[in-house]
Design a binder for this molecule. Structure first.
Ligand code: SF4
Length: 260
């Protein structure tokens, strides 16, 4: 039976109220210093080297509580779904570069409406128009490294300074640059603990989890885009091709700098 507009609006209001109530009630102890966090990461990286996804995330919830951020590109919502089972309404960071596909922005909105998450839009210091005025239009065509630094790396680093740990969806099967991804590590660049709980998952396992739990997927995934970034820097890949071959095609660049 389809619901009326009034019923949908009431459900959305209740959802938003629950998010706000949780946000107000959460217990945030002061951020610990870097030496303490590094020691925690180094101990856990050994102890949890062979742990399951749920074991790692149960430890994260216990150790860090809501000083936790989840990174989500809105390619799919599997990672925040897995994390929210341990930390409902966890802060979920979306890099709002200004260059996303409409499908990606739509996925972001659908996730915020439907899931027990708190979406945090991570904004660059400049709008696209301001960047164009300073560096010229279509910087991504001439210097994608600088464009990513301005629109992804700096905003994320600035935002992560509030947290003790961040959780990413990096998987070892995504390509050679990610083959050695650990479950728990110290992020030297951003000065916080980094967790990669899906490191050992395959793409098929990710899709199976999404199907089993009815998790929202970006519709582009079913349209030849197994790895989705900004629209100007992402193309379809052929069946059997490296999933990340469609990112920055034509450049030597293979990573945006967030995980290297
Ligand atoms: Fe710029 Fe492309 Fe990097 Fe997006 S992926 S920030 S458009 S270079």
């Amino acid at each position: 039976m389809t619901s009326t507009f009034a019923e949908q609006r009431e459900r959305q209001r209740a959802h938003d109220d629950a998010r706000a109530a949780h946000h107000d009630a959460r217990d945030l102890s002061p951020r610990r210093d870097n030496a303490t966090l590094r020691a925690i990461a180094e101990e856990a990286s050994q102890r949890l080297a062979d742990a399951t996804t749920d074991e790692v995330l149960a430890w994260v919830a216990e150790e860090f509580g809501y000083r936790t951020a989840v990174a989500c590109s809105m390619q799919d919502a599997v990672l925040p779904h897995v994390v929210a089972r341990h930390l409902p309404w966890v802060d979920t960071l979306f890099l709002e570069t200004g260059y996303h596909f409409a499908e990606t922005s739509g996925t972001r909105d659908a996730v915020e409406s439907a899931m027990e998450l708190t979406i945090v839009d991570v904004m660059p210091r400049q709008t696209v128009a301001e960047q164009d005025a300073e560096h010229g239009p279509r910087l991504y065509e001439r210097d994608p490294g600088l464009c990513c630094a301005l629109r992804k790396v700096e905003p994320l680093t600035r935002t992560l300074a509030e947290y003790e740990v961040w959780i990413t969806g990096v998987r070892r099967d995504e390509g050679p640059t990610r083959a050695d991804t650990p479950l728990v590590t110290w992020d030297e660049k951003n000065h916080l603990v980094k967790i990669n709980p899906l490191a050992g998952w395959t793409f098929d396992e990710l899709l199976a989890y999404a199907g089993e739990h009815d998790v929202i997927l970006n519709p582009l995934m079913a349209d030849g885009y197994p790895s989705i970034g900004c629209a100007p820097c992402t193309r379809r890949v052929a069946p059997g091709e490296d999933p990340r071959a469609g990112r920055w095609a034509g450049f030597a660049k293979t990573e945006c700098g967030l995980h290297t």
